[in-house]
Design a protein around this ligand. Structure first.
Ligand SMILES: [Zn+2]
Length: 209
């Protein structure tokens, strides 16, 4: 049983990977994060699009060949939703780091036998390894310090701000919305469907009516 990694542990691993990428490329890491290159340079992964004949499988990671296959059955979604393929790649890098390679750790997360196993990623699965891989992708593509900084460039938190931020970071609007809520940078009023910087701001707005 691998050690349980908390969300903070996982985010720290993503942040550490970004720092390493910055050092190796001698560049300041800024959004949109170059997820393709990070996977290639730091993990030795190769990206491919191919048909996986299982309509719930989004992507597969083959540890021995270090190939990640994104399922062509989802080509429409990869095409239409900006950042969806990038998030999926970040998620696969997460599996590589957390569940296959355990970069920087002295003990591998999985035993030798299971290293050879393919990782199949199902759409909407809430298995704990899937959640950890999502946390990793979130931390990699929307690093907290960068996002906190980026938010200050917008006067207000509105839906067009979410769109602007999702373009800045090249992630889907849905992923950005979830990240902003998670970091308490946005609050959605369920009744009106409006988005605010905080619950306090939403209550202040409502007393005006
Ligand atoms: Zn997965």
């Amino acid at each position: 049983m691998p050690d349980y990694l908390s969300r903070d542990d996982v985010e720290e691993k993503a942040a550490s990977m970004l720092r390493k990428y910055g050092r190796e490329t001698a560049k300041k890491v800024s959004p949109p994060v170059e997820v393709d290159l990070i996977g290639e340079m730091l993990c030795g992964l190769r990206w491919e699009y191919d048909l996986i004949e299982n309509e719930s499988t989004l992507a597969a990671l083959y540890p021995e060949s270090q190939i990640v296959t994104l399922n062509e059955l989802f080509a429409d979604r990869f095409d239409k939703i900006s950042g969806f393929d990038r998030f999926t790649k970040g998620h696969e890098i997460g599996h590589w780091v957390l569940h296959v390679k355990n970069l920087g750790g002295s003990t591998p997360s999985l035993d030798e036998g299971s290293k050879k196993e393919r990782v199949f990623c199902r759409d909407g699965s809430d298995d704990w390894t899937e959640r950890q891989a999502d946390w990793f992708a979130t931390g990699l593509l929307m690093p907290e310090p960068h996002l906190r900084g980026a938010v200050t460039h917008y006067d207000q938190m509105t839906w067009s701000t979410v769109t602007g931020l999702s373009e800045d970071f090249n992630v889907s609007k849905e992923a950005m919305k979830v990240r902003l809520q998670r970091l308490d940078l946005a609050y959605i009023d369920e009744n009106s469907g409006r988005i605010y910087r905080s619950r306090g701001e939403s209550e202040g707005q409502q007393t005006l009516f």
